[in-house]
Design a protein around this ligand. Structure first.
Ligand SMILES: Cc1cc2nc3c(=O)[nH]c(=O)nc-3n(C[C@H](O)[C@H](O)[C@H](O)COP(=O)(O)OP(=O)(O)OC[C@H]3O[C@@H](n4cnc5c(N)ncnc54)[C@H](O)[C@@H]3O)c2cc1C
Length: 439
């Protein structure tokens, strides 16, 4: 674990080691080891604060970095931490997933900020954004298009002179209440840094729940959402029954993927679908807004649900020849008993039961003896110490792990998840975050 500071003069993407190796090679200083040079470089370094630190380089982290560049008017540096800088889970796991938002919203996301526009204007064509622009704008597309666009923006941001990227995992953040500055520690050798403003965009991963002991092995949801991997995970030439638990967007996509396998490469595959909701809920375009925008099915999942799965449709649909619905409504005890009975003769099970925020870098305040528990204002993105007053500590969250809470026109509360929704939220709150960090 390393807690060092930004090295002056190292602007743009860097690791201290690579800078020094280059310097070492250029100067051919044969009597110095690279390790000695690293140490000497650090000792000579004047400590320098960053204006902001962003943890996570998925769609939310990218949008936060772009908004901070726009809002921090002076030359303040933005330090950006991620292990891979590859557009988060969209590129890692969802490239084969059909998108559930209109193509136009991916284009809107990419064009929403001046620093992004500069990247798009200076990128060679054709590129990821021209590919998106060619598609019908009100339709949906594979998330690989969105993933390519995220990679284009990431590459452009990493070239920006005010952004310093750190390839590593942020492990802790420690607030000095006097200076109101955070010190962030990462696993990277070239890690950092102190800053009055830290944003966690650390994402979420598929949730799992305990299953009866007699249950078959789990097939990870990420695998089940990727047809090219799923098809090689399940044997083709022998009977195989797979349980799918859940009724959300992801569960419907998994059922769709499995059904496609039954009609192509895996004719012996059968599916048991465990759901608490035999009828499905769809996003509905109303006058000026979308009802169930954040909870209803959209795009290809909605189409498949409507034509193959919903209520009595399953009894006569083509998918119904391979999918048996197990109605788990009626309480947890009944559900457990059904899982116990019905999973016994399955050879695999997929849990599509929601997403859990990834563990955040631990937070300490003051003497730093104990990790501080946090609560969050989902309207502003601000974190507070659980046992402290509701006063900004300069720590914020965004993205699927910390989405904005919104009121629907029907008076319900929902969490706004989606790339364009992250962007809209951030355009509203980042100016306040930046102003607060300067107070
Ligand atoms: C199946 C599915 C389909 C979706 N389809 C759409 C769609 O069609 N349209 C749409 O707009 N949205 C869609 N979404 C919603 C949303 O856009 C994605 O979930 C998106 O990946 C969320 O972005 P994020 O940046 O919050 O998190 P992530 O993409 O998970 O990125 C988080 C990043 O933070 C990094 N990180 C985490 N912890 C640390 C740490 N301690 N230190 C350093 N780095 C760290 C991770 O490595 C990762 O790179 C979909 C979501 C799912 C699950």
């Amino acid at each position: 674990m390393h807690a060092v500071r930004i090295l002056p003069g190292c602007s743009g993407s860097f690791t201290a080691r690579s800078v020094l190796i280059r310097e070492y090679r250029q100067r051919t200083i044969s009597s110095f080891s690279v390790g000695q040079l690293v140490r000497q470089f650090r000792q000579n370094a004047t400590p320098k604060d960053a204006a902001a630190v962003v943890v996570g380089a998925g769609p939310a982290g990218i949008a936060v970095v772009g908004n901070l560049l726009e809002q921090i008017k002076d030359d303040g540096k933005i330090v950006w931490v991620d292990e891979q800088f590859q557009g988060g889970r969209i590129n890692k796991f969802y490239r084969e997933v059909p998108g559930n938002t209109a193509v136009k919203l991916f284009v809107d996301y990419a064009e929403a900020l001046k620093p992004f526009q500069h990247i798009l204007n200076t990128a060679h064509k054709p590129n990821a954004i021209t590919a998106l622009e060619k598609l019908p704008q009100s339709g949906t597309c594979s998330l690989s298009y969105a993933g390519d666009m995220l990679n284009l923006l990431t590459a452009g941001l990493r070239q920006h002179p005010r952004i310093q990227t750190v390839e590593g995992k942020a492990t802790s953040a420690h607030l000095d209440p006097q200076s109101k500055h955070w010190t962030l520690t990462t696993t990277s050798e070239s890690s950092l840094t102190t800053s009055p403003l830290v944003v966690y965009c650390t994402g979420a991963f598929p949730s799992t729940t305990p299953l009866p002991p007699s249950s078959p092995p789990t097939i990870p949801l990420d695998t089940a959402l990727t047809p090219s991997i799923l098809s090689t995970t399940i044997p083709r030439d022998q009977p195989f029954t797979i349980g799918v638990i859940g009724g959300s967007h992801s569960a419907i996509l998994v059922l769709m993927n499995l059904y496609k396998l039954t009609t192509t490469s895996h004719p012996l595959l059968k599916i048991k679908w465990f759901t608490r909701h035999p009828t499905l809920r769809y996003a509905v375009q109303k006058d000026g807004y979308i009802q169930y925008d954040n909870t209803g099915l959209k795009g290809k999942a909605a189409e498949f649900g409507r034509t193959q799965l919903d209520g009595d449709v399953l009894l006569t649909s083509d998918a119904g020849k391979f999918i048996t619905r197990i109605d788990c409504s009626g309480g947890k005890e009944k559900e457990w008993a059904l899982l116990e009975r019905e999973l016994k003769d399955c050879q695999g099970v997929v849990q599509a039961v929601g997403y859990t925020p990834a563990p955040i870098p631990e937070v300490r305040i003051g003497d730093g003896k104990e990790v501080v528990k946090l609560r969050k204002d989902a309207r502003t993105g601000a974190f507070y110490a659980e046992d402290g007053e509701k006063k900004s500590i300069g720590l914020f969250g965004a993205g699927i792990a910390f989405p904005e809470e919104v009121d629907t026109p029907e008076g319900e509360r929902e969490y706004a998840v989606g790339m364009w929704k992250f962007m809209k939220f951030l355009k509203r709150v980042v100016p306040e975050w930046v102003e607060g960090s300067r107070a």
